[in-house]
Design a protein around this ligand. Structure first.
Ligand code: FES
Ligand SMILES: [Fe+2]
Length: 356
């Protein structure tokens, strides 16, 4: 194994906030006739649908007297404040003020609107209402490909977006925290890891891995086979874990992370699976394990957050086995500063051997 000086990162407790980016606020089917409240970086947002069903997102604060608009209702496709009944369109325009003779001053009385997109069953919001979107939301691969079973699920962790992304892509903890479910601590094998760091994403390929011997691996591929395994993080909030086991088994775990607050992250997972095990059987077999694994992760992440707050700092001492986490933090910090440089520049490449 190569040796590198330990990397020590220490910073104050304000995690990077990448605001010029799209984040999922809810599933499409969660937003019906009633407005619903959400937060992004702790800021309150209200979502509602207009008369055509188009989703809108406003700062959840009535411009009149600052009450939450999410306590109101939707009338003729406009969001009505519960206090004096001002009504707002999805672009924030104040379209009605009860008892006022004449028109409202649309600019002065308007609520602040966030750009919104509805794609693949999710409602996305651009987190900076002061700048127009420069990109489009992430699109989930394979979610409508024939032969794939797709499972969507939301889970939540009291941790930073960085901690959740690192955890989702961190291999060394799986044999330990989730011992027996994926891998076993006592039964490790050396594999080659190739990390490629790009300007806006980072990828690790694991070469020479055999099928994980834990319960989840056996369920997905009873006959074993050669494993191709990639872990990826894309700015600002996408994690991807891809496994191919043998010729026919393909598992793509995609998750979009939403920073509801600095230490409160919602993970919207879209898992696409193609295996010989039929979809109707796979879901009840795998879901309890997936939820148990995530429960273990959420618990340890909440403990990590508590200790970070107690010591009022984020202090991490890393080794070369922390393949992705330190770089994910750098990417988030650069994105927050809008300092990604040339996105086309070639990646830097690193290879290490790890016992997994
Ligand atoms: S506070 Fe909203 S209408 Fe008065
Ligand atoms: Fe985990």
């Amino acid at each position: 194994m190569s040796t590198e000086a330990p990397e020590i990162t220490k910073q104050l407790l304000t995690p990077p906030r990448v605001r010029r980016a799209w984040y999922i606020l809810c599933r499409s089917d969660e937003l019906g006739k009633a407005p619903i409240p959400r937060t992004l970086f702790g800021d309150p947002i209200v979502l509602f649908r207009d008369a055509e069903g188009t989703a809108g997102a406003l700062v959840d604060r009535c411009p009149h007297r600052s009450v939450p608009l999410s306590g109101g209702d939707v009338v003729q496709g406009t969001l009505r404040c519960p206090y004096h009944g001002w009504r707002f369109a999805p672009d924030g325009a104040c379209v009605h003020i009860p008892a006022l003779i004449g028109l409202s001053d649309r600019a002065v009385h308007a609520a602040t609107a966030y750009p919104v997109r509805e794609r693949q069953g999710y409602i996305w919001c651009w987190a900076d209402p002061t700048s127009p979107p420069q990109t489009e939301p992430w699109s989930f691969r394979l979610s409508s490909e024939p032969g794939y079973t797709v499972v969507q699920r939301e889970v939540r962790a009291q941790a930073t977006i960085h901690a959740v992304a690192e955890n989702a892509l961190d291999v060394p903890h799986t044999a330990f925290l989730h011992g027996g479910l994926f891998r076993n601590d006592a039964d490790r094998q050396p594999i080659q890891c190739v990390v490629q760091r790009y300007a806006d994403h980072v990828e690790c390929e694991y070469v020479g891995e055999s099928r994980p011997e834990g319960i989840v691996g056996r369920l997905l591929s009873p006959s074993g086979g050669v494993v191709t395994h990639f872990d990826r993080f894309y700015l600002p909030s996408i994690v991807e874990v891809e496994y191919r086991i043998g010729d026919e088994n393909h598992i793509l775990v995609n998750a979009a992370l939403t920073p509801a607050d600095d230490f409160d992250t919602v993970l919207h997972a879209v898992v696409a699976v193609r295996t010989r095990v039929p979809g109707w059987l796979l879901r009840p077999l795998v879901m309890p394990f997936a939820l148990r694994i995530f429960g273990q992760d959420a618990k340890i992440l909440a403990q990590q957050t508590e200790i970070m707050h107690r010591f009022e700092e984020q202090r991490f001492v890393s080794t070369e086995l922390d393949l992705l986490g330190p770089h994910i933090l750098k990417l988030l910090q650069r994105a927050e500063r809008d300092d990604l440089g040339d996105l086309q520049r070639p990646p830097t490449r690193r290879e290490i051997t790890m016992l997994v």
